[in-house]
Write a protein of this length. Structure first.
Length: 391
């Protein structure tokens, strides 16, 4: 994967470039990616070649230098066409946020120019969706090279076996240093293996599989931020990108489902009456409800981005709220679209049942909707985001 990114590219240029990749590669492969559960390598490579994987990277290393809003628009548009591709790109951008802040220049440059796909490796078998409580260990080795041994069983890693690197969480190297340490783990590290397959309900091509580190060794320089400071880094650098981009992902699915339902209701007629399905007032009412729910999510996401861009006092609250709102909205909207289109929605050619299945991931992807409700409640009542016992 190679490309040259023009850091002065306008958002219009980005939109046009993305549209061409979607038309030529992403949309044509979406059905087969879902049906066969294959990683969307052609789409990811096309996005890399177009400079879109380096969109959020700094111009000083050859990146696009764009902020969260245009990146969210990319994820939204990808999700409307292929949820699996969108999730791969979403996780890449979230991991890039950490690497931009704490990673080595050569890796940052490789990401910026499209030669490096990265992802997060946080969730573990021992702590499940509580990503803030890793159980995997980091141990200083007895060798003279200053290497560190990592051991862990990661339960879900998007792009497992496909990414170039993994932003990896562990317990701290030094006892008492803090709750978590982050590492940049190259994909070709000895001791790193993909330990399972993925045959899921939705997002079938995003390569989300278990991975194991068994005696994996990295240099001490692979540590990102200070030992034990990984949770603060995850909450400050990763979480805003991850939650906002998840909301954009949900918006893309919901908006495309509403559009598809509208097309079906307009084009489908009853032979015995000559009336289109849209001619029934109740049907129009139900479509309007789905559209309003989707537009409300768009407005809330836009306000969240504005809060972040302007440094508003409620920015973090909005970030926590937006994925919870988005996860529930997309589940309800895709369910409603399925009902509106009746038996036709169960046929794969409409694409609604795929969007319905893909939408289910948002509720259970850490932090889950229930966890976010608790976080919002804690912030609203003046409590710390996490109990000290969980830090």
């Amino acid at each position: 994967m190679t490309s040259t990114v023009d850091s002065d590219r306008s958002t219009t240029d980005v939109a046009d470039t993305l549209g061409a990749v979607i038309d030529e590669v992403i949309r044509p492969q979406a059905t087969s990616v879902d049906r066969e559960g294959t990683f969307p390598r052609a789409g990811v490579d096309a996005l890399a070649a177009a400079g879109l994987l380096g969109l959020a990277s700094s111009p000083e290393v050859g990146g696009g230098g764009h902020g969260m809003r245009p990146v969210a628009e990319v994820v939204e548009r990808l999700a409307a066409e292929c949820g699996s591709t969108a999730m791969v790109v979403l996780m890449h951008y979230a991991a890039t946020a950490v690497i931009e802040a704490h990673g080595p220049r050569e890796v940052r440059a490789a990401i910026a120019t499209g030669g490096h796909l990265t992802t997060l490796a946080f969730s573990e078998y021992g702590s499940r969706s509580h990503f803030w409580s890793p159980t995997g260990t980091a141990t200083a080795t007895a060798t003279d090279d200053g290497s560190v041994r990592l051991d862990a069983r990661k339960s879900w890693v998007t792009s497992a076996g496909e990414a170039t690197s993994y932003v990896w969480s562990s317990l701290p190297l030094s006892s008492g240093a803090g709750p978590m340490t982050l590492w940049l783990v190259p994909a070709d590290s000895t001791g790193l293996t993909v330990t399972g397959s993925f045959d899921g309900l939705g997002l079938r091509g995003n390569g989300s599989r278990p991975m194991t580190a068994d005696g994996l060794r990295v240099p001490s320089t692979a540590m990102m931020a200070a030992d034990g400071a990984g949770l603060d880094t995850a909450l400050g650098a990763v979480l805003p990108w991850f939650l906002v981009l998840n909301a954009a992902f949900c918006l893309g699915l919901a908006d495309s489902a509403v559009a598809e339902a509208g097309r079906h209701l307009t084009a489908t007629t009853l032979t015995h009456t000559g009336a289109a399905l849209r001619d029934a007032p109740v049907t129009r009412r139900d479509l309007a409800r789905l559209m309003i729910r989707t537009h409300a999510l768009r407005a809330f996401l836009g306000d969240t981005l504005t809060a972040l861009e302007t440094g508003r006092d409620d920015a973090m609250l909005r970030v926590l709220q937006v994925k919870a709102l988005a996860g529930e909205t997309v589940a309800e909207v895709t369910d409603g679209a399925m009902q509106l289109c009746g038996g036709s929605a169960f046929r794969k050619e409409l694409g609604l049942e795929r969007r319905f299945r893909d939408s289910r991931a948002a509720r259970v992807m850490a932090p889950t909707t229930d966890a976010l409700y608790d976080f919002v409640g804690r912030v609203a009542t003046g409590l710390p985001l996490l109990d000290e016992a969980n830090r």
